[in-house]
Design a protein around this ligand. Structure first.
Ligand code: ATP
Ligand code: MG
Length: 286
C-alpha cells in the first residue's frame, strides 16, 4: 500500500511510499572459512508484502537440513547473510526491526513465572519507558489472549508443553512486532494441543493483523494455516516452489472436508517426497 501513513496492528508508519514489508534479496550464506566453508543458502529471494489490516501467514517447508532455520535466523538477526540484503519496508534493518522467534522447544525461562516470561518479551526500548504497572497490564492482556489467565504466577517448569508454548507465543507477540517467526513451534505437542494452538495462532494473528512466518514438516498443518507455502530444497538452500492456499481466515474445522484442502495437502506432500527421492538418487550416484 502506498501513502503518507499506514497502519499495521497498532503501529503507524509515516511518510513511506514503500510497499514491501520484508524482502530478502539474493541471499547467500556461507558457514565456515577456507577449506571447511559450506554454502548453505544461495540465491534466495523472498518477499512478504504489506497488506494492512490482515493476518498474513507464510509457511516454509523443506527437507531437514535444507536451511530453513538458517533463513529464519537471518531474518531475526541471529545470523548475518554472507551476501545479499534483508529489507524491512524497503530499508535496511534498524534496531526497531525486531523479529521474535518461537522455537520448537519453548525457549522460555523455566525459573521465572508466566508473567515475568511474558514481560520479558516487551522490547528493550519500551521496557525501560513503561511504568511497572503498565508493563504488567500489557503482559496480563497477552496472557489472557493465549488462554492462560489464572496461571500468571506459576513457574514455567510447572506447566505442560502446550501451556509453555502459549507463553512463548504471548511473549513473542507482546511488542506488536511486524513479523513473528515460528520454527516448528507445535511439533513437540500432542495432537489435541496442536489443534488448539493452531486455532489460537489464527485467532491472535487475526486480532493483531500480524505477519507470521511458520516452519512445519506437516503438510496438513501447512495447508490449514498458510496463505502461501514456500518449499525450499537444499544443496544449497533456496526456494523451489510456491503453493497458494485458496481459503480466507478464519479457517474452521470444516476446511478439512473441502476437496481443495485434501488435494492441496496431497500436492504439497508429493512435491516434498519428490525432493527427498531426488536427493537420495543424487546421493546414491556420488
Ligand atoms: N552455525 C552453523 N555452522 C555450520 N553449519 C551450520 C550452522 N548452522 C546450520 N548449519 C548447517 O546448515 C545447514 C542448514 O541447517 P538448518 O538448521 O538451517 O536446516 P533446517 O532446514 O532448519 O533443518 P531441520 O528441518 O532439520 O530443522 C545444515 O547442513 C547445517 O548443518
Ligand atoms: Mg530447523
Amino acid at each position: 500500500m502506498n501513502g503518507d501513513t499506514q497502519k499495521i496492528g497498532n503501529i503507524t508508519f509515516e511518510n513511506t511510499s514503500l510497499p514491501d514489508l520484508i524482502e530478502m534479496k539474493g541471499i547467500r550464506k556461507v558457514f565456515g572459512k577456507g577449506k571447511t566453508a559450506t554454502t548453505v543458502i544461495e540465491g534466495l529471494n523472498y518477499l512478504m508484502e504489506d497488506l494492512p489490516d490482515k493476518l498474513q501467514l507464510d509457511i516454509l517447508m523443506g527437507p531437514s537440513g535444507c536451511g530453513k532455520t538458517t533463513v529464519l535466523n537471518m531474518l531475526a538477526d541471529i545470523e548475518t547473510p554472507t551476501e545479499g540484503e534483508i529489507l524491512f519496508k524497503g530499508q535496511s534493518r534498524t534496531p526497531d526491526d525486531i523479529v521474535p522467534i518461537v522455537f520448537q522447544k519453548y525457549g522460555s525461562l523455566p525459573n521465572l513465572t508466566v508473567l515475568k516470561n511474558v514481560e520479558l518479551g516487551i522490547s528493550f526500548r519500551e521496557f525501560s519507558r513503561l511504568p511497572d504497572k503498565e508493563r504488567t497490564e500489557r503482559a496480563m492482556a497477552m496472557i489472557e489472549a493465549v488462554g492462560l489467565a489464572g496461571h500468571e504466577h506459576k513457574y514455567l517448569s510447572k506447566l505442560s508443553g502446550g501451556q509453555q508454548q502459549r507463553v512463548a507465543i504471548a511473549r513473542s507477540l507482546i511488542s506488536l512486532p511486524l513479523t513473528v517467526i515460528l520454527d516448528e513451534p507445535f511439533s513437540g505437542l500432542d495432537r489435541g494441543t496442536k489443534l488448539e494452538m493452531r486455532d489460537l495462532l489464527q485467532d491472535i494473528g487475526m486480532r493483531m493483523q500480524a505477519s507470521i512466518i511458520f516452519v512445519t514438516h506437516d503438510p496438513y498443518e501447512a495447508v490449514f494455516l498458510g496463505q502461501r507455502i514456500f518449499i525450499m530444497d537444499g544443496g544449497p538452500g533456496r526456494i523451489v516452489k510456491r503453493f497458494d492456499v485458496p481459503f480466507d481466515y478464519p479457517r474452521g474445522p470444516d476446511v478439512i472436508h473441502d476437496r481443495r484442502y485434501t488435494e492441496l495437502v496431497a500436492e504439497v506432500d508429493e512435491f516434498i517426497i519428490g525432493l527427498d527421492q531426488k536427493r537420495k538418487a543424487r546421493a546414491a550416484k556420488q
